[in-house]
Design a protein around this ligand. Structure first.
Ligand SMILES: [Zn+2]
Length: 256
């Protein structure tokens, strides 16, 4: 029914979906547009925020209406495939977001911990001279690196140490904070630039590249059904998609 003008309606869907927000997740879900759904889901992991109640907020801090997220939609949908996908999506986004923030924080926190360990245990096997600096065991080098990292974190509100659960802003925001950690160089003739971790932006990039996509196999099955690529969907899917299409256009109007 909607196929003849679906392509026109979804023109530039990838670009529009990323700029216009989570409403497109619903649209992509309804029409089984798996590429857009996957890209937007990955984007969500980096952009969503939370609050003290653990709710999911968009980039602008608005509450994401859960009844227009795939699990909520499917909750009202009698389709049997929906039973498989009632839970995972938002939970998965928030779970991956939390794990990513934990990894981002751990990048400077683990470095600070190394310096604290060295200063507390002069006879430690790794730090026999009581310094992380192995060049000339200069305590000033340790103090400068330790001070540089902690001061950078204080500026961002991330020191004293914070738990990932207590951070409500997005992965993208935390990534920016950690990337901005700057370690100053010790003045003098000796090159201490290899003492301690220096390039936090590189660490952040590696972590961001390793973020898993929140889409599950059950979501992929749903996409196939929506595209009419299964026998089941060819029999019963048309009626459901038509209804969802009208819901989607209504929702898009609400988002404008
Ligand atoms: Zn050094």
């Amino acid at each position: 029914l909607v196929q003849p003008w679906l392509q026109k309606w979804l023109q530039d869907e990838r670009m529009r979906s990323l700029s216009e927000g989570t409403g497109w997740l619903f649209i992509a879900w309804v029409f089984g547009r798996d590429a857009v759904f996957g890209a937007l889901a990955a984007h969500m992991v980096e952009e969503v925020q939370t609050n003290a109640e653990g709710q999911c907020l968009d980039k602008s801090g608005n509450l994401i209406p859960s009844n227009y997220m795939p699990p909520g939609i499917l909750g009202k949908c009698p389709h049997p495939v929906s039973i498989l996908i009632l839970k995972p999506f938002p939970e998965n986004v928030l779970k991956i977001r939390l794990a990513t923030i934990r990894k981002l924080l751990d990048s400077p926190y683990s470095q600070i911990q190394v310096y604290e360990l060295a200063s507390k245990a002069a006879d430690h096997l790794l730090f026999p001279n009581g310094t992380v600096c192995q060049l000339d065991n200069d305590p000033a080098c340790d103090a400068l690196v330790y001070g540089s990292v902690t001061i950078s974190l204080v500026k961002e509100g991330l020191w004293p140490k914070k738990a990932a659960e207590d951070i409500y802003c997005s992965v993208a925001k935390v990534a920016g904070m950690i990337s901005s950690v700057k370690v100053f160089d010790l003045p003098g003739y000796t090159d201490h630039t290899y003492c301690g971790k220096r390039n936090y932006a590189e660490d952040v990039l590696t972590i961001l590249r390793g973020i898993p996509n929140p889409i599950l196999d059950s979501h992929k099955v749903h996409m196939k059904v929506q595209r009419g690529e299964t026998l089941e969907s060819s029999i019963s899917g048309l009626k459901m998609r038509t209804k969802m299409f009208f819901d989607a256009t209504h929702f898009e109007r609400r988002c404008q």
